[in-house]
Ligand binder design. Structure first.
Ligand code: CA2
Length: 146
């Protein structure tokens, strides 16, 4: 069975608890359940992680190399700041789909640039938590050769 690794960056553990007008009412546990259900539909194993520590995120990305079929990543604010995560994703040599719950392009200017988009095969923003499901579905489709 192939594995899709779903990675979440800083503050996403607060999902559903604050700022529901921006990020909705679902918690990160709800997002994990959505991803696992999508994986089960496609016979894909899902690994789901969240961290507030950039080094931990980089270690998980490195460990994905040669082991997982795809990475779905919501890098949170590191999207806009982290050359280190950009470099780690290149080193991993695994296809990447970048997901943002909100539409970052209709928010503050500092959210308009992404270091991750430079290395992502696809970017989803503004689909709410359904963006994660779309990303897993898309990897499934790609892995089937469609
Ligand atoms: O829209 C997204 O998914 C973001 O990646 C979320 C990040 C933000 O820095 C990006 O620009 C866009 C922030 C995640 C923090 O999530 C919270 C959720 C509830 C309460 C506070 C923060």
């Amino acid at each position: 069975m192939k594995t899709v690794l779903v990675l979440n960056g800083p503050n996403l553990n607060m999902l559903g608890l604050r700022q529901p007008e921006v990020y909705g009412r679902e918690t990160l546990a709800d997002v994990e359940a959505l991803c696992r259900a999508a994986g089960a539909r496609h016979d894909l194993a899902i690994e789901f992680q969240q961290t507030n520590h950039e080094g931990q995120m980089i270690d998980w990305i490195h460990q994905a190399r040669g082991r997982v079929a795809g990475i779905v990543i919501n890098p949170g604010a590191w999207t806009h700041t982290s050359v280190a995560i950009h470099d780690a994703l290149i080193a991993a040599e695994v296809p990447v789909i970048e997901v943002h719950i909100s539409n970052v392009h209709r928010r503050e200017a500092f959210r308009h640039h992404s270091y991750v988009s430079l290395v992502a095969q696809s970017v989803l923003a503004g689909f709410g938590t359904h963006g994660y499901v779309l990303a897993v579905d898309h990897f499934a489709r790609q892995l089937q050769g469609a």
